[in-house]
Design a protein around this ligand. Structure first.
Ligand SMILES: [Zn+2]
Length: 496
């Protein structure tokens, strides 16, 4: 694989052959000084201020959709405009998209009954299972069919499909279940979560509060419920774990309810045009989700989920990076774009909408840099998820090497079993063929809790990381060659 040395690249940018070596060196030094000055505009104090505003109680946790989300988007738009950026081609700083908000019906209308040789077992709604909110009342009953992946749902027409999910398969199951149901028409679906109990608590908070989906058309479909695998009869649980399909003798009765409303949500977008006549048609995009967990249960008397690390940290960094790129006296060669998406916490909706309705051509989007949860933990390192998939990883490692003064190292994904790659917005871009790199700085006990507050972030770390990301991204904007996928990773993630 081709390895481009950044120093060499910076040389190529400013040196024409007729220059004498000394002039080259002087021009190079001037350029490097300008880039360092631009990086220096990313400061601890500015990040602290922006993260404080975005995660303030007055933003009410930035749920999708909510007044707090709209206020956050307007704040970002003002900051982008003040920094001299332009909005979407021919328009403003927002990309609106239609959503359907479904509110669950009363608990008594959510039903799960399993019937085996020893008679019916009725499960308690909310305590023992949670229903995915549906539009109107839905019910279904039939024999159980155990499936291990969504393709196997084809045998479930008129039956109740029961699918075991664990950490690694959960994003694909949750993301793909709607399409599988549309195709295969089961009478109902039971998602059996083979995960520690806190994940059921999270699923309950996520689904029990209602759901938000893309589009303005509420879809019809069978009832779907989520139940911890441990709540099922032991023999059924064992069959599911073994991967067998045969659960003869078991049938189920499932019912769910809810009401649907259509609404609008938005992404916030801003662009800086590149200066190279040819390369300005190529784009390096940054993405971070501005939405948060909204308002929810108050385990310690506080119902506002400030969502500071997740993800006021990445959102504020978009603004800081935009200001740094705007501070370059000669601009970047390639164009640069900033997308603060919403609906991430609702299954990556805003980024999916953007990828389906891109504002600049996806085939000319040469790199996508995602930042989600970059504010805490190790003071001297950050994880670069997806580094091993493309030449972006090499460019990042070179950037670290050239900037020891930042004292910020990068690591590959340390938790492949958590499938973090598929759990943030970069995944939608990767599946569309854009090389991605996703910066994150590890979870913590405040993740998705009201205690994810601005006071707990490490601003010195975030500022140094921001400067590193700026140098890295600047490198990507000036290289002659665009980043390349490694072939195995490409065929695994994008297909052929
Ligand atoms: Zn997040």
């Amino acid at each position: 694989m081709r390895v481009t040395r950044l120093l060499l690249v910076v040389g190529i940018v400013v040196c024409a052959p007729q220059f004498a070596a000394a002039q080259d060196a002087a021009a190079n030094n001037a350029m490097r000084a300008a880039v360092n000055r631009a990086a220096g505009t990313i400061t601890e104090a500015e990040l602290r201020q922006a993260i404080g505003i975005i995660s303030d109680d007055s933003m009410m946790g930035r749920d999708t959709p909510s007044m707090g989300l709209t206020m956050t988007s307007e704040y970002l738009a003002r900051r982008f405009e003040a920094a001299g950026l332009s909005g979407r081609p021919g328009g403003g700083f927002q990309q609106e998209y239609p959503i359907t908000v479904i509110t669950p019906g009363p608990i008594a209308e959510q039903v799960l009954v399993l019937e085996g040789a020893e008679g019916p077992i009725e499960f308690a709604s909310w305590d023992q299972f949670v229903a995915l909110p549906t539009t109107g009342a839905r019910s279904g009953s039939g024999e159980l069919l155990a499936i291990t992946n969504l393709d196997e749902m084809q045998g479930a027409r008129g039956r109740i499909a029961i699918i075991r999910t664990e950490m690694g398969t959960m994003p694909d199951v949750v993301g793909g279940i709607g399409a599988a149901i549309d195709r295969h028409k089961p009478a109902g679906v039971i998602i059996a979560m083979d995960l520690p109990p806190q994940f059921f608590a999270m699923a309950r908070q996520f689904f029990g509060a209602g759901s938000v989906s893309l589009g303005s058309q509420a879809t019809a479909g069978p009832p779907v419920v989520v139940v911890p695998l441990g709540n099922l009869p032991a023999s059924l649980g064992e069959t599911l774990r073994s991967g067998a399909n045969n659960v003869d003798g078991w049938s189920a009765n499932v019912a769910t309810s809810g009401t649907a409303e259509t609404a609008e949500a938005m992404n916030t977008v801003a662009f800086i045009e590149g200066v190279d006549p040819a390369l300005k048609n190529e784009y390096v995009l940054f993405v971070a989700h501005m939405d948060g967990q909204g308002i929810g249960p108050a385990p310690a008397g506080d119902s506002i989920y400030n969502s500071a690390d997740d993800n006021a940290s990445g959102t504020a960094m978009l603004v800081e990076l935009a200001e740094a790129f705007a501070a370059l006296p000669n601009g970047p060669r390639r164009s640069v774009g900033f997308i603060a998406v919403s609906g991430e916490e609702k299954n990556l909706l805003g980024s999916r909408w953007y990828v389906d309705n891109p504002l600049v051509p996806l085939e000319n989007t040469v790199a996508l840099i995602n930042m989600d949860m970059i504010g805490r933990n190790w003071t001297d390192s950050v994880v670069g998820i997806g580094m091993e998939h493309s030449t972006l990883g090499e460019t990042l490692l070179q950037t670290v090497e050239y900037h020891p003064e930042l004292n910020m190292g990068v690591m590959r994904d340390r938790w492949p079993e958590l499938n973090l790659y598929a759990r943030s917005d970069s995944y939608n871009f990767a599946k569309a063929g854009v090389p991605v790199l996703y910066f994150m700085s590890r979870g913590h006990q405040d993740y998705h809790q009201p205690s994810d507050v601005a006071e707990r972030l490490d601003y010195d770390k975030i500022a140094r990381m921001g400067q590193l990301i700026f140098h890295f991204a600047f490198g990507v904007t000036v290289m002659d060659e665009r980043p390349e996928w490694y072939p195995e990773a490409y065929s695994e993630i994008v297909g052929n």
